[in-house]
Design a protein around this ligand. Structure first.
Ligand code: AMP
Ligand code: MG
Length: 479
């Protein structure tokens, strides 16, 4: 069996990557295989070949046509620039074209050391593999641009973190793995030709229309596409209470997809400044900071692109003008999404105020973000809800109901926009604890729900917020 690879990244200049093979593991076993994604990608394996799948997607068995490599990139981490990061525990196997002609990266993660590993072991424990599988597929099912999960494999080896843990390898599929940090890598080294080559490559791959028009303004057109994509993406995160947790520029995709599911989380109890990541001590990447951080990251991209423009104040002003579009694109997307969540029309009176009023009411009582929006459908149907009867919520409900034109339409809109099933932190912890002792059944159960986020009530605990003793306060990247 073969994978129809067509590896364009490996045809870029050699400074873009280091060629390196995955390191074999002792005893790989398949945990999960994404058959429908494999089919889209034209990968002719199926779950019955679990031994072959485990061998190939652990890195044990080389696949004809693959050109394994570790990509070079730099990045601003928590505001501080590091000139050399790169894939320290991941191997890009190559690219395939989907039936629709879209190019996709296939990458192993946790597959061994590379020249970019620094002090890391190049490995991953099973926890982050399970987390990324659930989170990325949940995001996809929610309609949010994201990397995808193709396979999860247990290695049969141990990795050593704070304790000894079983190891895993995750196979990630992405529109590309080009990050803002990839641009920063060449820009910070003064490698202008490489920077130009990267710009062309990124445009060909993601924004071919930017290549039309005057070459002098290619930088502007490319930046505008990334600005618009990131603004829309982050508004979507906000609309589902997703907190990325490590919005460093090396984790910011120029294809504007969600990438790098480290200590990210779906928020349970609403707070504007909610933080879960144990490494985010000052709340830099808190829920309500994500919009500003998105723009901060894009500003780093603009700076990295500046050497491609004539050295002048005019060039700075040109790119600043492009960055200035961020606010409007974000606001438009945010209003649209939250109007849908409330079941009201976008041109309803004082929409922004109405949204704020509801969020403030949730914050005051630390109510569950996801369930509270969904409960609005029940309010309209005069059914019992989880929402308490506080003065602020009462005030909101009075004003909001006046904006509802058609109850049936609004109920449908609310139920189609607000998920019932999300990979909640406490469920994820249980799933991972079970997986660590070899029981994957809870993982399969949760995955089933995450693949159908807008499904109907099933009376299971998967749709419920955590009980007080189940609330998870901190998440760890565990890498
Ligand atoms: P992240 O915080 O996951 O975005 O990773 C930041 C950087 O650390 C990237 O360059 C990773 O490749 C590297 N890294 C993280 N964990 C490991 C590991 N176990 N071994 C080698 N490199 C790692
Ligand atoms: Mg990363």
């Amino acid at each position: 069996m073969e994978i129809p690879f067509d590896n364009s990244y490996s045809r870029l200049p050699e400074e873009f990557y280091r060629k390196v093979d995955p390191a074999a593991v002792k005893h790989p076993t398949l945990i999960q295989w994404n058959q429908s994604l494999a089919k889209d990608l034209g990968i002719p394996f199926d779950a019955n070949d679990s031994d072959t799948l485990a061998a190939v997607f652990s890195g044990n068995q080389a696949i004809p046509g693959a050109t394994p490599l570790a990509m070079a990139y730099a990045g601003h981490q928590f505001g501080r620039f590091t000139k050399q990061l790169g894939d320290g525990r991941a191997h890009l196997l190559g690219e395939v074209l989907t039936k629709q002609g879209k190019r996709k990266d296939i990458m192993l993660k946790g597959s061994g050391a590379t020249p970019f590993s620094r002090r890391g072991d190049g490995r991953s424990s099973l926890g982050p593999v399970i987390r990324e599988y659930l989170l990325s597929e949940a995001m996809h099912a929610l309609g949010i641009p994201t990397t995808r999960a193709l396979a999860a494999v247990a290695t049969g080896e141990s990795v050593y973190r704070e304790s000894r843990l079983p190891g895993g390898v995750f196979t990630r599929v992405a529109d590309s793995h080009i990050r803002i940090g990839t641009f920063e890598y060449f820009s910070s080294r003064g490698m202008k030709d490489h920077l130009q080559a990267l710009l062309r490559y990124a445009c060909e791959r993601h924004y071919p229309r930017a290549l039309e028009g005057s070459p002098d303004e290619l930088v502007d057109r490319f930046l505008a596409q990334v600005v618009e994509g990131q603004a829309a993406l982050i508004a979507k995160w906000m609309s589902i209470g997703f907190i990325h947790g490590v919005m460093n520029t090396d984790n910011a995709s120029v294809a504007a997809i969600t990438i790098d599911f480290g200590p990210c989380a779906f928020m349970d109890q609403f707070a504007y400044d909610r933080v879960y990541s144990s490494i985010d001590r000052h709340g830099r990447y808190a829920y309500h900071n994500q919009k500003q951080i998105g723009l901060w990251n894009l500003t780093r991209l603009a700076e990295a692109l500046l050497p491609l423009l004539p050295q002048s104040q005019d060039s700075i002003e040109r790119l600043q003008a492009v960055l200035n579009r961020y606010e409007a694109v974000y606001q438009k997307a945010w209003r649209y999404l939250f109007a849908r969540k409330l079941g009201v029309s976008e041109d309803c009176q004082n929409l922004d105020e109405l949204i704020r009023l509801f969020l403030d009411a949730l914050a005051d009582e630390s109510l569950d973000f996801t369930q509270s929006f969904l409960a609005l459908a029940e309010v309209l149907l005069d059914q019992d809800t989880l929402l308490p009867k506080t003065p602020k919520l009462g005030q909101f409900i009075d004003r909001w109901q006046r904006e509802i034109k058609n109850i049936e339409v609004a109920v449908t809109q609310i139920r189609q926009t607000n998920p019932r099933f999300i990979p909640r932190n406490h469920l994820m912890e249980e799933v991972i604890a079970a997986a660590l002792i070899g029981d994957y059944e809870p993982f399969y159960q949760l995955l089933k729900r995450c693949l159908d986020p807008f499904g109907s009530k099933d009376g299971s605990r998967y749709e419920l917020p955590p009980k007080p003793h189940e609330v998870v306060k901190a998440t760890f990247c565990g890498t």
